[in-house]
Design a protein around this ligand. Structure first.
Ligand SMILES: N[C@@H](CCC(=O)N[C@@H](CS)C(=O)NCC(=O)O)C(=O)O
Length: 209
């Protein structure tokens, strides 16, 4: 049994989608980051960086923060969504880390500056939107000749998908990125994605372009 500490955000949904996909039993603990629950002392014991998601595996007592580490752990625990060794493992980790270092932080800042505080910092808005579009182009090129980011469906896709599901927040028209659109719709159609998307709060159906 896994204890999942999460909220209805892209980083949180990565882990609930993975848990659903892997069929692992889990208990959800909602950490409402709009009410600063991420700063509660009890939560800091599992997430010393004050952020969701985090997990505790009751099988062995291991607690983990950081979505990339959690996804890697869950994949290794089950032997799915990440090859055990060799080039395919590193290719998967490469695109997982690309997501965590690139689209994740960039799109998070796009939401902060361009959606919620539009007009306050034109330089930042322009710089972030330019970088977001560059990353979408990289994404689209990769998917032009690969069905998924690392060939087979993997934790790299699970990490990237919830951020793309916020395409309306970052005002990106997915029709401009046909390979990303094809990939996005294929993953949206997976039953595990729909189940994981509504954890811990059902915010409505998956956005479709
Ligand atoms: N690098 C971290 C990022 C986690 C993160 O930024 N979580 C956000 C929600 S998507 C959060 O907890 N924000 C609360 C805060 O910043 O106070 C990961 O990949 O898990």
């Amino acid at each position: 049994m896994i204890d999942l500490y999460t909220w209805s955000t892209p980083n949180g949904r990565k882990v609930s989608i993975a848990l659903e996909e892997l069929g692992l039993p889990y208990t959800v603990h909602a950490i409402d980051i709009t009410k600063d629950q991420q700063f509660a002392p009890d939560f800091l014991k599992v997430s010393p960086n004050n952020k969701i998601p985090a997990i505790v595996d009751r099988d062995n007592g291991l607690s983990l923060m950081e979505s990339g580490a959690i996804l890697t752990y869950l994949a290794d625990k089950t032997g799915r969504l990440l090859p055990a060794s060799g080039e395919k493992r590193y290719r998967t980790l490469e695109w997982l880390m690309w997501q965590i270092g690139g689209p994740g932080p960039t799109l998070g800042q796009v939401h902060a500056y361009c959606k919620f505080n539009k007009g306050k910092a034109p330089f930042a808005e322009e710089r972030l939107m330019k970088e977001a579009m560059r990353l979408y182009k990289v994404f689209d090129s990769r998917l032009a000749d690969h069905e998924y980011l690392a060939d087979d469906y993997s934790i790299a896709d699970v990490a990237a998908w919830p951020w793309v599901s916020r395409f309306e927040w970052h005002s990106v028209d997915l029709n401009q990125f046909p390979n990303v659109l094809r990939w996005y719709l294929a993953i949206a159609a997976r039953p595990a994605t729909a189940r994981g998307y509504s954890v811990p709060v059902d915010t409505g159906s998956i956005p479709l372009p």
